[in-house]
Ligand binder design. Sequence first.
Ligand SMILES: Nc1ncnc2c1ncn2[C@@H]1O[C@H](COP(=O)(O)OP(=O)(O)O)[C@@H](O)[C@H]1O
Ligand SMILES: [Mg+2]
Length: 349
Amino acid sequence: MDVSAYDLLSTAVLLLDHQGCVDYANTAAEELFGNSRRVLLGESAARLLGGDDALQARFMEAVAGKFGILRQPLSVNRQGVQVPVNVAVVPLPGTPWAALVEVRIIEQHMLLERHQQLSKELAAQRETLRNLAHEVKNPLGGIRGAAQLLDAELDRHGLREYTGVIIAEADRLAHLVDRLIAPQGASLQKRRLNIHEICERVRMLICAEFTAITVERDYDASMPELSADFSRLLQAMLNVARNAAQALTEHPGQQRPHLILRTRVARQVLLAGYQARLAVVVSVIDNGPGVPPELLDKLFHPLVTGRAKGTGLGLSLAQEFVQQHGGILECDSRPGHTEFRMILPLEPT
Ligand SMILES: Nc1ncnc2c1ncn2[C@@H]1O[C@H](COP(=O)(O)OP(=O)(O)O)[C@@H](O)[C@H]1O
Ligand SMILES: [Mg+2]
């Protein structure tokens, strides 16, 4: 079989042997992985594609022809930048190879659709929740009021403990409901600010609250100012940083708990709905256990929590505040490295 025709394709193609290692790579694959054919030969394909153990296992099953075709979105490390790709593994029985792997870079417009879809879903969910919150608020006021009246009538101390519980719990619920309702419509109080003002405030608060954690600063000194609502961006970043600090302290691992606050200027960034010429990227990176895999898809949805005492509102609010600035909050997480990126456009369109 003549494989040189694959060199004419713009899609990266790998042919694998029965161990799942590269036996042939076309020109587009050399370019995608940033390595010559010689270097790629013999490499494990699953490793090249940067998957975890679960993927490795599934990948090998696909190579062995278990699934027909396995399709999977992944990301490839291309000169230090993670590029989102779609990977298809096609078994090749009756040929010298076990399988063909096709790696296609996910075009920007598809990413855009994903972002827009996410924004839409989140907006719809928040709307539903707010309506529900409003519905809960009124009867809750009634319950609290009635408990207070009852409390005044009761003379036995033991009974008044019960009304005390009702009132305290009603207040707790009212507080939660207020947080669900709060950000709606309220307009942004924008001013010129340097994102490092916010980073520094977050660093101070986190260091004071979590003394065991070291917080490293990795700031881009050339950062231009942006026009933004200080308190909302502070709240957003604090919610993210606090989650990281909680993950680090609640599940102490082998490594010393470490948090990095990183800022960078990015050019031509694709955000929900448009392309920004310049954007500020603020990353909060921790070396904790990572986001539980079952939460990854719905992390930014309200009321999603992995902690016994969590409300699941922190990230949903953070996402909302960032989106109010025309930006987006993203997450990449694996054990030992969790990164939340707040991307804020510098010139809103
Ligand atoms: N840096 C992180 N590392 C590990 N898990 C995280 C991290 N950030 C968020 N999470 C997970 O996401 C969940 C949702 O976070 P959040 O919306 O702030 O709600 P809450 O903190 O009230 O649980 C957390 O409960 C936690 O399981
Ligand atoms: Mg939280």
